[in-house]
Design a protein. Sequence first.
Length: 484
Amino acid sequence: MEEITAAAAALSSAAFDYNRANYIFDARMRWGRFNTCYSMAMAQTSQYREDISDLTELTVTKADTYHTVGTICFFLNFELIVDGSLGVHGPAPPGWLMGLYWANVCIAIMFLVTFTWMAMHSGARATAGAAQMRTHTMRLPIPTPKMLDMARVTGNSFEKQRVHDVFRIPFAMRAGKESEVDEESGKRIPISDRRMPKWYHDEVEALRKDEGGAAPSPTSVPEHFELYRGLQQEWWCYDVYSRIGILFWFSHWLTSASLYSMCHCFTELRILWPAWTVTACFVTAHWGILRLDITSKPREGSLMCLPIEKIVPFVPVLAVFGMSIDYSVLDPTPFLQGLIYTVSWICYGIQLAWAIRLYDLAAPQRSSEESPEHAGDAWSPMEWPLPPAFKQAVYLVSAPKYLEPGQTCLTQEMKAAKGQKGQTAPQTKARECEPAMLPWKLFRGAICTTISMWVLIMFGRGFEQINGERFLLKQEGRVERWPS
């Protein structure tokens, strides 16, 4: 009997020492796991803060570039208007060409002011949104002293464990299965076949957060991406139409610069061939930028189905042809005069068609399906009605809607609810709101003004062609009014 008692005491002592050694080992692992988990979560949150900075800098950098370009453009535009005054050093060019010139140069100013102000709004709003997220939402998950105390356990905590776990004989007495408390019944239910001691369940209940969040899944995405995509609704449209505005400005400015150059060659320098060569340079540049930026077909149901962007760069070629006849040594026969007027009306018709085409190119259109994401390519969600013609030229990048395979969000795991509740909890999604389409409405107003300008100038040209050039104005002097 004494031998049996001694053997039982020896077995109990060995089991006690074995289980206590396991407990001390698990306590060290618990402390190390806690610190490693939070260190990795803080590193990942720092990466998320860089994500916000990178997405914001894309818009801000473009806005700064547009501002720089806009400053230069203001100078170039007013150079054509002020320093390049036509008719100061000699007779003014013919009225049909001055109509083309002044309409183009003034339309260019309109788009210049429009895209500069839109770029200012996009850069300022993106900076404010990123600052708000980085200072309010994207904070490092630094553990508090209370959390550190809960993660640290002492050796005498082993005395509070279950008798079964304290004196469990390895291999002979198996530990209980991993389980969790069912909220409805209040009882513990197994959730896996892993065998875990009670102190493991105590660790899960004490250290694991339960903020009611959704557990990570293949379709989930980090919270900051969803929040940021909701913020982008407020400035992406400004970003897009400031980029399109630069193209529309350059299109009209290149045409007006070409027309001014040929006027200077014909009216002041009296040279023919340089007028043709400088026109060729401007036409080539104009055709090239339209080819680079207009990458796709415009929206469905277009007002102007013809690809006028392939024709409008050659308006100065027709104009220089008409000026060559108008300023030539040929006798001004009715046939030649009619030919010049015919060429001018073709130019005006092309410009009016181009103004209508601008509406089709800039008009937004919603996508019916999500476009695939490719590494290195611009991407935007289907909720953003981008102009199809410029979809690949605006270089817009939105926050992704899903993570790449193999990636996970540690912060989302730490906030996830326990058990089945985490699987059924709703995912954080971007706020549902209609896109801020005010920039398109303003841009549409500028395009409608462009169309109206060409209609008015064509009416004026028809009136003067019927009644005579400059019929309503005195050639010299002015009408005096009292008390002058």
